[in-house]
Design a protein around this ligand. Structure first.
Ligand code: FES
Length: 101
């Protein structure tokens, strides 16, 4: 079973900042794409669909599929459309936070 992430950092020298995903502390490279670096960090899934409960995570990485939904400061947002900033508190998107496809 393959366990290493297939994603690589764009700039391995970039400054890392502290964020939390579902309470777990992570150090992520500041300014990089949030969905991408969460995948690099091994975070998966990002949410569960409300009807079937199927796990979902980033698919298109361009804002079209909504599979990367997470919740930040009470707002359900697309992780692939955000950059990492210091102190982000990220949670799995609540059930009902997107389509069930
Ligand atoms: S990965 Fe498709 S909208 Fe974010």
């Amino acid at each position: 079973m393959k366990t290493d992430s297939p994603f690589r950092k764009i700039d391995p020298q970039s400054d890392h900042v502290s964020v939390r995903f579902d309470g777990e502390a992570l150090m992520l490279p500041c300014g990089e794409n949030l969905a991408g670096v969460l995948l690099v960090a091994g975070v998966m899934p990002f949410r569960y669909t409300p009807v079937s409960g199927a796990p979902h995570g980033p698919f298109c990485m361009m804002g079209a599929c909504y599979d990367c939904l997470v919740q930040i400061d009470g707002m359900t947002v697309q992780a692939c459309m955000l950059q990492v900033t210091e102190g982000m508190h990220i949670n799995m998107a609540p059930a009902g936070g997107g389509c069930d496809v």
